[in-house]
Design a protein around this ligand. Structure first.
Ligand code: ATR
Length: 281
């Protein structure tokens, strides 16, 4: 019987997950289907509470349902438990299990592009303090980064992250960011600045270390103004599309029993879709 999985969100029509998983299903000749379920906020709790009735064996969860999915799971993996957010669901019997693969996606994307990125890093700078920043802090601390400066427009949210993750997190006011970039070797943007339709992230990158790596989780456009500015300075950059592709791997492996690969062909497929929708640049 066809194993059915879907991306669950609201809105969700823009999601690239069906394209990604559809590619892997075809590549491996698997009798599976990856669809889309738009579930309104008032309907998500009953939908998840009776997940077997949905006809799905699992799913991905996106905005705004990751916290609801966390609450609905009978069993959560340690990353999801630490983050309070679930983006990958599967059934074991009638029990709903949940994981968070955003941390894996972030780390695997950097590993693939710059295998030595975490070596002797010292301090990293993360911009933003939302759900994506939380996953990235978890990943950076797990990799042994000494300290992570978190700069956010709303300082209180950065302070909440220090309360959760401890003294290796240094919250700073957005206006004091400049000084923290001196000699910085890893800069991560998790804010929506630079996304198509949003203001650019306008930072002076001249103080960064010449061997700094700059990465953005925004991938619409693929080359954000931040990445463009970093490239212009000769700095190494990693775009956000890889995080999306890598976070999808553990879910596919779980639902379909094959660990898929993030290939150049898959990346090209998603880039072609971005171009077709006028979202590439
Ligand atoms: P996500 O869960 O995707 O990380 P989020 O919780 O909405 O999304 O967080 C978005 C991040 O972008 C936040 O850090 C937000 O800053 P605030 O906490 O001050 O809201 C940041 N952000 C969004 N628009 C911004 C802007 N115009 N200037 C600076 N930061 C901005």
């Amino acid at each position: 019987m066809t194993r059915r999985v879907a991306i669950i969100g609201h809105p969700v029509s823009h999601s690239r997950s069906p394209l990604i998983h559809g590619y892997w299903l075809r590549q491996h000749g698997i009798d599976g289907d990856y669809g889309v379920r738009d579930v309104a906020p008032e309907d998500i709790a009953p939908f998840l509470a009776d997940f077997p009735a949905s006809g799905l064996v699992g799913g991905n969860v996106t905005v705004p349902h990751k916290e609801a999915a966390f609450r609905a799971c009978a069993v959560r993996d340690p990353v999801a438990a630490a983050l309070g957010a679930v983006n990958t669901l599967w059934l074991e019997g009638d029990n709903l299990h949940g994981a968070n693969t955003d941390v894996h996606g972030f780390l695997a994307n950097l590993d693939a592009a710059e295998p030595e990125w975490a070596r002797a890093l010292g301090e990293a700078v993360v911009l933003g303090a939302g759900g994506a920043a939380r996953a990235i802090l978890y990943g950076l601390l797990e990799r042994g980064v000494d300290r992570v400066v978190v700069a956010n427009r709303t300082l209180a949210r950065a302070q909440t992250l220090r309360d959760q993750f401890g003294p290796r997190i240094l919250p700073v006011d957005w206006r004091d960011l400049g000084g923290r970039l001196i000699g910085c070797r890893l800069l991560v943007n998790t804010t929506s600045l630079g996304m198509k339709g949003q203001p650019p992230l306008d930072l002076d990158l001249s103080a960064l270390s010449p061997d700094a790596l700059v990465t953005d989780i925004v991938y619409v456009p693929l080359e954000t103004p931040l990445l463009k500015a970093a490239k212009a300075r000769g700095l190494a950059t990693v775009d956000g599309l890889g995080m999306l592709l890598h976070q999808a791997v553990p879910g596919f492996a779980r639902w379909f029993g094959v660990r898929p690969e993030v290939t150049p062909e898959l990346r090209a497929l998603v880039i072609a879709d971005l171009k077709a929708k006028g979202q590439f640049a």
